[in-house]
Design a protein around this ligand. Structure first.
Ligand SMILES: C[S@@+](CC[C@H](N)C(=O)[O-])C[C@H]1O[C@@H](n2cnc3c(N)ncnc32)[C@H](O)[C@@H]1O
Length: 278
């Protein structure tokens, strides 16, 4: 048991494993995530609807959504995509969770716009072309490794029209400062979130100081198998983000806390990036 516990507590190499697909698409977890997206009492998967409505107001004032072609990456159950369409946009929502796409397709009202949802992986599948706006909301840019982010930025760049903008949010260095390393162990951790049957969960938190990355690592021990979910989070300062965007052919048009006015501690910030040289 000592060796197994030591292995569980071994710090993984930075961005060595990518398990986002398990977290969002494993059938039991996908159902749990869908519930979490829609639950107004927890901001774990989506921001509350009153904040999303404020975001929408800001996006509409900034971009004039009516008539715009918009692709929402990682759209979840379509909370933003539906609202873009209701403001007159032609919208495609992409997400690799079948549960979220099914919910979005059945429950969204496009209003005066148009709305399509596609079950797809934005890292490996094609993005629509000639977009006015591509959005990636709730710090999902930060869960990707540097090479995944560079590949995604390249795809986004090619999918935007020459005036188009990529709008996304990232976790800040202030948020990084609040992370502390540790390990928690519990039976049926998070009230049955991880499995239907009994399980034991180790939740380890690691920090990679130089890289400004944190990791929440969940080791789920079931009767028949043990498996792990790695939640990496890259944190940015304005200058590290600016440098990363520049090397992928983007410049920052606007940077603020617009996606979440309730985030008074500035744990995340919103970025409007545009292609340069086009
Ligand atoms: C934190 S949630 C945010 C959902 C939505 N943007 C919102 O704020 O309501 C991240 C979403 O991205 C999706 N996702 C994560 N990685 C993805 C990928 N590589 N391709 C497609 N969807 C992905 C997940 O299924 C999930 O719905």
């Amino acid at each position: 048991m000592f060796e197994e516990l030591s292995e569980i507590h071994r710090k993984p190499d930075l961005f060595s494993v990518y398990t986002a697909e398990t977290l969002w698409t494993e059938p039991h977890l996908a159902q749990q995530m869908l519930k979490t997206h829609l639950d107004q009492t927890t901001p774990l998967a989506s921001r509350p609807l009153h904040i999303i409505d404020q975001t929408m107001q800001w996006l509409d004032e900034k971009f004039g959504l009516n008539g715009k072609r918009i692709c929402d990456l990682g759209c979840g159950p379509g909370l933003y995509a539906e609202r873009y369409a209701q403001r007159g946009a032609q919208v495609e929502g992409m997400d690799f969770s079948a549960s979220s796409i099914e919910y979005a397709t059945l429950n969204s009202d496009p209003g005066r716009g148009s709305l399509a949802f596609r079950q797809a992986n934005y890292l490996t599948d094609g993005l629509p072309t000639q977009q006015d706006l591509i959005t990636l909301i709730y710090c999902d840019f930060c869960v990707l490794s540097p090479s995944q982010r560079a590949a995604l930025l390249d795809k986004v760049r090619r999918s935007l029209n020459s005036e188009g903008a990529f709008v996304f949010d990232v976790s800040s260095m202030k948020a990084f400062e609040t992370v502390s390393e540790g390990i928690v162990f519990a039976r049926n951790y998070m009230d049955g979130f991880w499995t239907v049957d009994e399980c034991y969960v180790f939740h380890s938190t690691w920090k990679y100081e130089t890289a400004a990355v944190s990791l929440d690592l969940f080791t789920i021990v079931e009767e028949q198998k043990t498996w792990r979910v790695y939640n990496w989070l890259q944190h940015f300062s304005q200058s590290t983000l600016e440098a990363e965007l520049k090397s992928s052919g983007f410049e920052i048009d606007d940077i603020s806390s617009r996606f979440d006015a309730s985030d008074t501690e500035a744990h995340s910030f919103t970025v409007v990036a545009r292609r340069f040289g086009s």
